[in-house]
Design a protein around this ligand. Sequence first.
Ligand code: B16
Ligand code: MG
Length: 225
Amino acid sequence: MSKENSLKAVIFDLDGVITDTAEHHYQAWKAIANELGIPFTREFNEKLKGVSRMDSLKLLLTQAKTPVSYSDEEMEQLADRKNKIYVDLIETITPADLLPGIKEFIAEIRSSGMKTGIASASKNAIAVLTRLGVMDQFDVIVDVVKLKNSKPDPEIFLTAAAELEVEPNNCIGVEDAASGVDAIKAANMFAVAIGNSANFPHADIVLSSTAELNFQELARAFEGN
Ligand code: B16
Ligand code: MG
């Protein structure tokens, strides 16, 4: 393994990787969709993974049977209402909601002397991490409010690497959304995807569940790439 290519940090997406908040997002968007009389299914909710709050609202509105149009102010109000419902729902999150294997995986990374970061599109990331009891397990949590571009743009992963003071090619990124994997690859990092391999043509490794995350195995795959 060359020094330039040594592993120094693992950067995580949050929703769908550290914990499964997709159901909470679904319930909150469903309440807004019902209010507007727009059909909204769990299947369609899959398209909102990793997508920002406002872009999620725009996608939801495409499901209206007849085209709808709202002013910027109305769009902000709808997005705010969705967020209030979501914030109430995540109050029930506890450390038991960490996805399988995550606690052990992070402990292994940190005991191997590697750094850890969070690159989540969610403005609620700190609230979720606090409820999960893992705030102290991450060296950096990128503040999404300061970013200009959404995934698949690499900005969020590049920002995490810069704040961790490591080069992107010394990082592994872990994601559950195709746009997130594309962001990791555009950042010149090694991409680990969680989910169905058919959805991740650009990932370096695809695992069907977080329970399969094994730091030593991933470090070996990283060294061999
Ligand atoms: P918020 P991730 C993403 O988080 C979610 O997957 C996506 O469903 C959500 O719309 C987005 O965060 C914004 O969340 O409304 O809380 O700011 O997967 O990038 O950790
Ligand atoms: Mg995600």
